[in-house]
Design a protein around this ligand. Structure first.
Ligand SMILES: [Zn+2]
Length: 300
């Protein structure tokens, strides 16, 4: 008799039903990697399942590629090039992208609990677009000093400057969702940021009210934005010591490693949702492999 929960039955079995339990029911050798898996039979519903049923990569035929796909997605390689280099169909790569993004997001959320609430926080935004520059997107990133990414959020806003009028004519009015997205991110991060934290940002006037709303006892320090250095992906700044260096460097790493954020890229984001998924993959790789390397971390 085993304590395993039957995946086919009701999620909350009564005491009596638990007692009937599941029993061992032979085993099988998984074809794709020759691993032995125990099979079980539920005495309540009579259906069977196995120790492989609970794996995140259940029923995947190319599970051995998951780690590689994750690594390359977080290292600026495009979907087409991945398919060619790994000798698989492009649809396999697209499916893995969605699978990895889903798990990366769950892992990153769970990983926040492994750290004490952050006391030194830096926030900033990165500008990009979906489909055309007439439809701009803004990615707000919050990090802890030392460059661990705490979270990010993507919002849309109307085009600015000379493109604004043309954008309205061609695509109609575009809503500004930055405030809602920012406050949702702050709310999600509030258990992981110390109430007395020091939050540093540039002069953007929108941050102050949101910070005071969710972290009323925190100190908000603002620094004047500086001209971008020629090197540094437009994110690193000229003029010696930069108090916002950690966040600027993190944004530069996003620009250098997420191909849809490259400057002058032709791998543009077609949908904001895809950018969100890609960033989720990058963030986990960044936190686990680049900033605070965990050599034995098995990502999927
Ligand atoms: Zn059952």
């Amino acid at each position: 008799m085993h304590d395993l929960a039957c995946p086919h039955c009701e999620p909350n079995p009564t005491e009596n039903e638990l007692r009937t339990g599941v029993v061992r029911f032979g085993f099988f050798i998984r074809a794709v990697d020759q691993k032995r898996h125990q099979r079980y039979r539920c005495r309540r519903c009579g259906r069977t399942f196995s120790s492989a049923t609970y794996s995140p990569s259940f029923r995947q035929k190319k599970r051995h590629l998951n780690g590689l796909v994750m690594m390359y997605y977080a290292s600026g390689v495009s979907q087409r090039r991945l398919a060619i280099n790994l000798r698989v169909n492009r649809k396999t790569i697209v499916r893995k992208f969605e699978f990895l993004a889903k798990w990366a997001e769950l892992f990153s959320k769970a990983d926040l609990n492994n750290f004490a609430p952050a006391t030194d926080v830096l926030i900033d935004e990165l500008e990009t677009f979906e489909h055309t520059r007439l439809k701009p997107l803004s990615v707000l990133v919050a990090i802890e000093k030392g460059r661990r990414i705490l979270g990010f959020t993507i919002a849309q806003h109307p085009a600015r400057g000379p493109k604004a009028a043309f954008s309205r004519v061609k695509y109609g009015p575009r809503r500004d969702t930055r405030r809602g997205a920012r406050e949702k991110l702050f709310e999600e991060l509030s258990p992981h940021i110390s109430p007395h934290a020091e939050v540093c940002s540039d002069l953007c006037p929108h941050y102050g009210p949101s910070i005071r709303k969710f972290f009323p006892e925190a100190t908000h320090k603002v620094f004047k934005g500086r001209k971008a250095a020629v090197i540094g992906q437009g994110e690193l700044k000229v003029g010696g010591f930069d108090p916002l260096f950690d966040i600027n460097h993190t944004l530069a790493m996003l620009r250098a490693n997420v191909n849809r954020l490259f400057r002058r890229t032709w791998n543009t984001t077609k949908k904001a949702q895809r950018l969100h998924q890609h960033l989720a993959i990058y963030v986990l790789f960044h936190n686990w492999k680049l900033v605070n390397p965990m050599p034995n971390a098995i990502i999927v």
